[in-house]
Design a protein around this ligand. Structure first.
Ligand code: E4P
Length: 227
């Protein structure tokens, strides 16, 4: 399961990249609204930092299929290869996906997915990823993990190349559950990244090893001090 950062704050992105294996960055209009200004200034900054090989997911906000197609070309022209255009999995979005797949090489992430059927249709339209919103589905009184797992099963049962990129998490346990199911990717906010490895028992174990070493070698000593 690939891990992506669901955020646009460049300092947070840099921090997570330093400590975790990351495949790329996803954004949405709400995330970009937290930065403000020209969205391409924010997105260029992210692209420059993550490099041209990393995935950058950017949402189109136009309302008609034809405008979504024009917006998708505009986004990719500015942000380059490995930019996935997020297109809502609704009627106009499906039409736009079909046009883009038939007429271009633009990569598509079907977004705003609350039901397995949206993901199936997106896959048939040629999208590369489908993004079920785990936590938002939970908040509607359904089981977001289960929906994401069902989507994964549908893709496998129908030999579809589209992958799940699970989104909208509120805790690290949700990410773990989908990791166990082998979904293709999860996009996770920086605070959830940190929660993936937060465990005081592990920190205590490491601290105890260091204390035991220093008890005979001296404070702040390491294997570097011996040969
Ligand atoms: C990703 O595609 C979604 O836009 C995002 O993960 C939604 O997360 P939220 O429900 O925390 O806003």
């Amino acid at each position: 399961m690939k891990l992506l950062i669901d955020d646009a704050h460049i300092d947070d992105i840099k921090f997570i990249y330093e400590y975790f294996p990351v495949t790329g960055v996803t954004t949405n209009p709400t995330i970009l609204s937290k930065i403000g200004g020209n969205p391409f200034d924010t997105l260029r900054r992210i692209r420059e930092f993550i490099g041209e090989d990393a995935e950058l997911h950017v949402q189109a906000v136009s309302k008609t299929a034809e405008d979504i197609v024009r917006e998708a070309h505009h986004i990719v022209k500015i942000l380059g290869a490995n930019t996935y255009v997020k297109i809502p999995a609704v009627r106009e979005g499906f039409k736009a996906m079909k046009i883009l797949v038939d007429t271009s090489e633009i990569l598509i992430t079907a977004t705003a997915i609350y039901t397995p059927m949206q993901a199936f249709i997106a896959g048939q339209c040629g999208a590369s990823y489908a993004a079920p919103y785990v936590n938002r589905i939970d908040n509607m009184g359904f089981d977001g993990i289960r929906v994401a797992q069902e989507i994964q099963k549908i893709f496998i049962a129908n030999c579809m190349e589209i992958e799940v990129i699970a989104a909208s998490f509120k805790n690290s346990q949700q990410v773990l559950e989908l990791c166990k199911s082998g979904v293709g990717a999860a996009t996770v906010a920086p605070n959830i990244f940190n929660a993936l490895i937060a465990n005081s028992a592990i920190d205590d174990a490491v601290d105890n090893f260091i204390a035991d070493f220093e008890s005979f070698a001296g404070v702040n000593k390491s294997m570097l001090d011996f040969s």
